[in-house]
Design a protein. Structure first.
Length: 319
């Protein structure tokens, strides 16, 4: 919304309540983006209004939020609503446990519809994707509400259930309680501290790695988000004219160890391990995976780094 060049941040922000099909149930705001208007305090205010969102919701409905709503959990559950939020890292915790990471992924895959709704508003009305002059301040809320109404009226439901969605549900149910056996081996056998000689990435250095189509990769990552993030890693490496560093585990040739540079820090490195069945194509050929990143221990889907390596080896990313 209205952008302040001096403070380098937006001055106003809206709050939208999105249904599972992408329909905008409520649109509130605009709120000033100061310390008194974080996500939790805004939702508390919305719940206290005489004509609030509780008139639309029913007892037992599930609310899926991001981590900015952590301090409003009691208020939401006090209205007999179920509250789901991705896990938070502890003070001395550098990586989520597998159960934490799996439960968080279950929330984020369902909450992705909210990100799509926000993107749809900016894509359809480019006015909200640019710096909005202060001269629009008095009518900005009306423009926002009108835009949301037009989206509800004329935009086709973009979250229709498909056979692929049903397949993802089955995968989540099957893997939600699964332990990360490869993580256990990495820790117990101290694979992360072994000295190795890194080689420049070459697609042929991972001979026997499963051939994965784009649909296979979407199944591996449980959607497109991690795959898109992974492709950003690949494209960045290509633009920098540099390669990944590959190393095949000496004791077991079906375990691939890969090092790649973090997108957020030039000095940080991410190390991933992928265990695969030799020359077995498709997702069935990927047995286990583990990454040292905060979400890399999960077994429900994989992190962006594992998605990047899997797509890179298969030449399956946009140029």
């Amino acid at each position: 919304m209205t952008f302040c060049g001096y403070k380098k941040r937006n001055l106003l922000k809206p709050m939208m309540v999105v249904a599972p099909d992408g329909y905008l149930i409520a649109a509130e705001g605009l709120y000033f983006t100061d310390h008194g208007n974080n996500d939790s305090t805004i939702l508390k205010e919305m719940l206290l209004k005489p004509d609030n969102i509780l008139s639309i919701l029913q007892q037992g409905d599930a609310t899926l939020v991001d981590r900015g709503f952590q301090s409003v959990k009691e208020e939401v559950e006090g209205h007999q609503l179920r509250f789901f939020m991705p896990a938070l890292l502890g003070k001395k915790q550098s990586q989520f446990t597998t159960p934490q990471a799996n439960k968080s992924r279950k929330v984020t895959i369902l909450r992705y519809i909210v990100e799509q709704a926000n993107a749809r508003l900016k894509n359809k009305f480019r006015f909200f994707d640019e710096k909005v002059p202060a001269s629009y301040f008095n009518i900005l809320k009306d423009l926002f509400l009108l835009s949301c109404s037009l989206l509800n009226k004329f935009t086709v439901n973009f979250n229709k259930d498909t056979d692929f969605h049903e397949k993802l549900v089955d995968i989540i149910d099957q893997r939600i309680d699964r332990q990360n056996l490869l993580e256990q081996r990495v820790i117990e056998e101290k694979w992360d501290t072994r000295r190795v000689i890194w080689e420049d990435a070459d697609h042929d250095c991972a001979l026997g790695f499963p051939e994965l189509s784009m649909e296979d990769l979407k199944e591996l990552t449980l959607g497109e988000y991690q795959l898109n993030m992974g492709n950003n890693y690949n494209l960045e490496h290509l633009r920098a004219d540099s390669s990944y560093s590959f190393h095949l585990h000496k004791e077991e040739s079906n375990i691939l160890k890969v090092q790649l540079r973090s997108r957020y820090s030039a000095r940080a490195r991410r190390v991933v391990w992928i265990q695969f069945k030799d020359h077995v194509n498709g997702v069935a050929g990927i047995e286990e995976w583990y990454c040292k990143c905060p979400v890399g221990a999960r077994t429900v889907g994989c992190c962006s780094h594992i998605a990047a390596v899997s797509s890179y080896i298969n030449n399956n990313y946009p140029l």
